[in-house]
Design a protein around this ligand. Structure first.
Ligand SMILES: NC(=O)C1=CN([C@@H]2O[C@H](COP(=O)(O)OP(=O)(O)OC[C@H]3O[C@@H](n4cnc5c(N)ncnc54)[C@H](OP(=O)(O)O)[C@@H]3O)[C@@H](O)[C@H]2O)C=CC1
Ligand SMILES: CC(C)(CO)C(=O)C(=O)O
Length: 318
């Protein structure tokens, strides 16, 4: 069944949520659920600015209380997966006719959403990147696609995912829609396990050294070895990857320039480490390690990296 999308509610106005809200506001009635009252007030007063790959300045209806926001045809959950349970719980019993789009890296966001409502779910995984300059200003860095597809656990149709993809494209974002998202989701899972976790432990933004393999000591060797472990897990799980995660890594460090500045995206996991907040590692490297164990595939490098990021997480969790 096709879907008319006239209203959108974005949960979480961070980097990705602001990029979605800023682009879709020209096409639909967009509202934003924030965590903090002061961010909602700033968005309401000043609107939302997008700079970089596109330039936008749009008025936005925002609140930190779900009850203040109108029902929506589409709810985009754009907080971190670690924040998802609390964020979506505020929506329980609300927007009964909405479709929910998840955009979290890693695996498992759909299950968390499904615990709080019977909404049809479209799974998404995004390769665009943004950096938040303030509560009302996001820079659009990497203008690559968001991949999306129906989450089969909720009987969502392909047409519903296609309607969301069309909305993204009409709003100036890139999107690709799949009948089965798994091959794309796994490509991104392997990419994020390698790139985000290495960034989190080295404190390096995603720059050229992640793809350099000239000298034996170059970091690119570690990234390609991690990707090779991930590919063995994907094969054992019967997943044929949509894109080669190593090529995704090479492309991201070479095409991501905004204006004349060199691309130096701080991966979302490094942003969490720098902010002293829990990372999404359990849903990214953790998911891959659990899959590896299920299929009896050895992943010593991925496991070591997972433990290193967990050790960092525990410095503020325990
Ligand atoms: N950043 C990027 O470039 C990319 C991110 N991703 C993925 O996208 C997802 C979102 O990441 P990103 O945009 O970086 O995250 P951010 O940390 O930038 O933004 C998350 C936002 O969610 C808000 N939030 C937290 N809890 C709640 C709540 N209960 N109700 C409403 N809002 C809430 C936060 O509020 P507050 O500001 O108050 O903390 C914050 O504004 C992650 O899964 C990430 O892995 C994927 C590709 C690229
Ligand atoms: C932008 C990108 C693709 C780079 O690592 C990402 O997924 C993230 O920051 O989490």
């Amino acid at each position: 069944m096709s879907m008319r999308i006239e209203s959108v509610c974005v949960i979480g106005s961070g980097a990705i949520g602001s990029l979605c809200a800023g682009h879709l506001a020209q096409l639909a009635d967009v509202s934003v659920l924030t965590r903090r009252e002061n961010q909602a007030a700033a968005l309401t007063e000043q609107g939302l600015r997008v700079s970089g790959k596109t330039e936008r300045h749009v008025p936005i209806r925002a609140s930190h209380r779900a009850a203040d926001l109108p029902a929506a045809d589409l709810v985009i959950v754009a907080c971190k997966v670690t924040q998802l349970r609390e964020a979506i719980a505020a929506f329980e019993g609300r927007a009964p006719d909405a479709t929910v789009l998840t955009l979290q890296n890693g695996m498992g966001a759909e299950e968390v959403v499904g615990e709080h409502g019977s909404w049809p779910i479209v799974s998404g995984v995004t390769f665009m990147s943004g950096v938040r300059h303030s509560d009302v200003h996001v820079e659009y860095e990497l203008d690559t696609a968001t991949w999306m597809g129906p989450y089969h656990g909720t009987g969502t149709s392909y047409e519903v995912a296609a309607a969301i993809g069309e909305l993204f494209v009409a709003g100036g974002l890139r999107a690709e829609v799949f009948a089965d998202l798994r091959p794309a989701q796994w490509s991104k899972l392997l990419f994020n396990t390698a790139v985000n976790c290495v960034a989190a432990v080295t404190d390096l933004p995603h720059v050229g050294v992640f793809a350099r393999r000239e000298r034996d000591t170059d970091l690119g060797h570690l990234l390609s070895d991690l990707v090779a472990e991930g590919k063995a897990v994907a094969e054992a799980a019967g997943v044929e990857l949509y894109e080669d995660p190593w090529e995704m890594n090479v492309r991201a460090v070479s095409v991501g320039q905004t204006g004349n500045e060199a691309y130096a995206h701080v991966p979302s996991m490094l942003a969490d480490v720098r902010a002293g907040q829990a990372t999404e590692v359990d849903f990214i490297a953790g998911s891959l390690v659990r899959e590896a164990d299920r299929h009896g595939v050895p992943v010593p490098l991925t496991r070591a990296l997972y433990r290193l990021v967990k050790a960092r997480d525990r410095t503020y969790d325990d």
